[in-house]
Design a protein around this ligand. Structure first.
Ligand code: MSP
Length: 639
């Protein structure tokens, strides 16, 4: 049987300038969805491209001394490279200057003209060049463009018109009765602000510039850019060309992803054009929010853009993709900041996911000579973890089908959190001390590794590079058990494979890194400053020797021990999170090192007057308390 198809698009971007992280946002979302649909068994068509015509492009090209074609070629080259860098898996890339597109747009225009849906008249109205939009007098906001607030120009010329008004009632009915426009709030906005007040016919040709698709039956006219641009969604599939097999296979689109300011074009002009052409309508248009920087929407003219190439280079592609999809719900605006990005990388990626993998691999290494053990003895906490693991794929599917990327990731991270918690609850290092518990230890370790297998597949549409790194560490070089149906079952990870400790997947990032883009020299200086502290800084820490007089477990806490310490002149009570590694009797009588001038703090309601020093491996799977080579008087200062 043929696979079900899924056709997803991004807007085609204006190659007037380099793209910024706001543009990357939509493309990453579309890519994530495309990847998700592919792994869940669909035959996917994922289209992106560039919208290269129009007066604005013509003007910037002229200002730079290049022809429009030379100008766009260069920018488009950069856009294609950007999508490669961000691992965008588009199946096609349409440029509106390509012959396949130009010819099809001419045929579309002619078809509509022959049908009587396009007619010739005179145009008078207000034109916003940056937005490529016409406005009527009453649509203007204080005489300016209602979208961008910039100056508009009064234009009067002979022009072709599209009978948009004729489709008003059909459009209202269609939009009201379907969930074509998502999210719901945008649907009401379109109905109340544009459709119900009444649609005027749309001017669809221009004569005042020539950088556009020529109307082939009337010299001097070029096709209005939105008619040219919107058509890309079908011209890329070969609509009205010699080979229409792709059009037949994939149209209508399952979803057009677009930014909220262009929902209007996609939910009024586009369906009306398709109705006029007698073609099926796309199933959904999803209007997403904007990435905002301090000072408003990112835009080159405001000078507040963030370059995705710099970000990817600095933090890694998967980390950026994760952040974009996690930080804000897809329909809403969200503020982009370096702090938020670094916060997510450190907490979610380095800590939660990275540590889970490195701790598990380290334990396979340490307790089973690096070989994934066979599970046998079931125990407490297993059933709960397994249930969560195999049910998460279904919940993720539900959220993805609603394009709720952030919620899907939240569910995946709940599983990661529970898997980490399972380590704390089962305490493998305690099991390891008792030979009779080896079988149980094997089960615990296997369950951890198998959860990581499931997690690696769940994250793959969002972070396409990370799964392979995880698989290498777990020894699953052939991606065994990583089909979408495989992860709805527990126990599909083969046993007997050799793990390979690898590099840390997501290294932590220093929070206090400078925000602006540094030069190489500055980066060097900053690193030197970060790496060294002065002797005065060190002298601020009062380190003292102390003997453990008493030690007991803190009730209801898995991690805390309460210690009474002799510091010579005084005794102190310290609470320390080392209970997983030491029992109280291991420590009584030992000399330890305490940070004596630490501000007292309460841990589970118990005051801790200082902190004892310990060394731990990166994933905290091993820990040892710092002691002294020989005994020395309590209270001695460490210098
Ligand atoms: N060429 C038209 C689209 C034609 S589609 C048939 C266009 N191009 S654009 O380059 O200006 O914008 C492309 C997309 O990028 C839009 O969906 C827009 O919302 C999105 N974004 C531009 N800046 C953005 C942010 N700061 N944040 C999120 N998306 C942003 O419009």
């Amino acid at each position: 049987m043929d696979k079900k198809t899924f056709y997803i698009t991004t807007p085609i971007y204006y190659p007037s300038d380099k793209l910024h992280i706001g543009h990357a946002y939509c493309t990453v979302a579309a890519d994530t969805m495309a990847r998700f649909k592919r792994i869940t068994g669909y035959d996917v068509m994922f289209l992106t491209g560039t919208d290269e015509h129009g007066q604005k492009i013509q003007r910037v090209a002229e200002a730079s001394g290049a022809s429009p074609q030379q100008y766009v070629d260069k920018i488009v080259d950069g856009i294609v490279k950007l999508w490669e860098l961000l691992d965008i898996s588009n199946d096609d890339f349409i440029r509106t200057t390509e012959p396949r597109h130009v010819e099809a747009v001419q045929k579309i225009f002619k078809k509509l003209y022959d049908k009587g849906d396009i007619y010739k008249g005179n145009y008078e109205g207000w034109y916003c060049t940056p937005c490529e939009a016409f406005w009527t007098e009453h649509q203007l906001a204080d005489g300016k463009c209602p979208d961008c607030g910039r100056e508009v120009e009064l234009t009067r010329e002979e022009a072709y018109f599209f009978r948009l008004s004729a489709y008003q009632d059909r459009l209202i009915k269609f939009i009201e009765e379907s969930d074509f426009i998502q999210p719901e709030s945008r649907k009401n906005e379109m109905l109340n602000n544009f459709l119900k007040p009444g649609l005027e016919d749309l001017c669809v040709s221009r004569t005042s510039f020539d950088w556009g698709v020529p109307v082939d039956f009337d010299e001097g006219h070029v096709v209005y850019v939105w008619v040219d641009a919107l058509s890309n969604y079908i011209t890329a599939l070969g609509y009205l060309s010699e080979d229409t097999s792709k059009y037949e296979k994939y149209w209508p689109a399952d979803v057009h992803l677009v930014g909220k300011e262009i929902v209007r074009f996609h939910t009024i002009i586009w369906p009306a054009m398709l109705m006029a052409l007698g073609e099926p309508l796309p199933k959904k248009v999803f209007g997403h929010g904007w990435l905002i920087l301090e000072g408003g929407k990112m835009s080159k003219s405001k000078g507040n853009v963030v370059d995705p190439v710099v970000l990817a280079d600095r933090y890694g592609v998967d980390a950026i993709r994760y952040f974009l999809m996690r930080e804000m719900p897809f329909g809403a605006d969200g503020v982009f900041s370096n702090e938020a990005l670094i916060g997510r990388i450190n907490a979610d990626l380095a800590n939660d996911l990275g540590n889970l993998v490195s701790r598990t691999v380290a334990m396979v290494d340490k307790y089973f000579s690096g070989i994934i053990p066979k599970p046998s003895t079931e125990g407490e906490h297993d059933a709960e973890l397994k249930e969560l693991a195999v049910s998460t794929p279904r919940v993720v599917e539900e959220y993805m089908d609603k394009l709720q990327f952030s919620s899907a990731l939240t569910e995946i991270w709940k599983l990661i959190g529970s898997t980490n918690k399972y380590i704390d609850l089962t305490m493998p290092w305690v099991l390891a001390r008792d030979e009779s518990k080896k079988d149980r230890l094997a089960t615990v370790i296997y369950n951890l590794a198998d959860c990581i297998r499931i997690i690696s597949v769940l994250i793959s549409p969002f972070m396409p590079n990370t799964p392979a790194l995880i698989w290498t560490q777990l020894g699953m070089d052939h991606g065994q058990g990583t089909g979408w149906e495989d992860i709805k079952e527990f126990g599909k990870l083969p046993t007997g494979m050799k793990v390979r400790k690898g590099e840390i997947i997501f290294p932590r990032i220093e929070q206090d890194r400078p925000q602006r883009q540094n030069t190489k020299e500055e980066e060097g200086e900053a690193k030197v400053e970060e790496k060294f502290i002065s002797i005065d800084d060190f002298a601020k820490v009062d380190l003292r020797v102390a003997t453990v007089l008493e030690c007991e477990k803190v009730e209801k806490s898995k991690k805390l021990l309460k210690l009474k310490l002799d510091l010579g002149e005084e005794t102190r009570q310290v609470v320390s999170g080392i209970s997983e590694f030491y029992s109280p009797e291991d420590l009584v009588g030992k000399q330890v090192v305490i940070v004596a001038n630490l501000k007292p703090a309460k841990l589970m309601g118990i005051e801790s007057q200082g902190m004892i020093l310990a060394a731990s491996t990166p994933g905290d799977e091993e820990l040892t308390v710092v002691t002294l080579l020989e005994r020395i008087a309590n209270g001695s200062k460490i210098t």
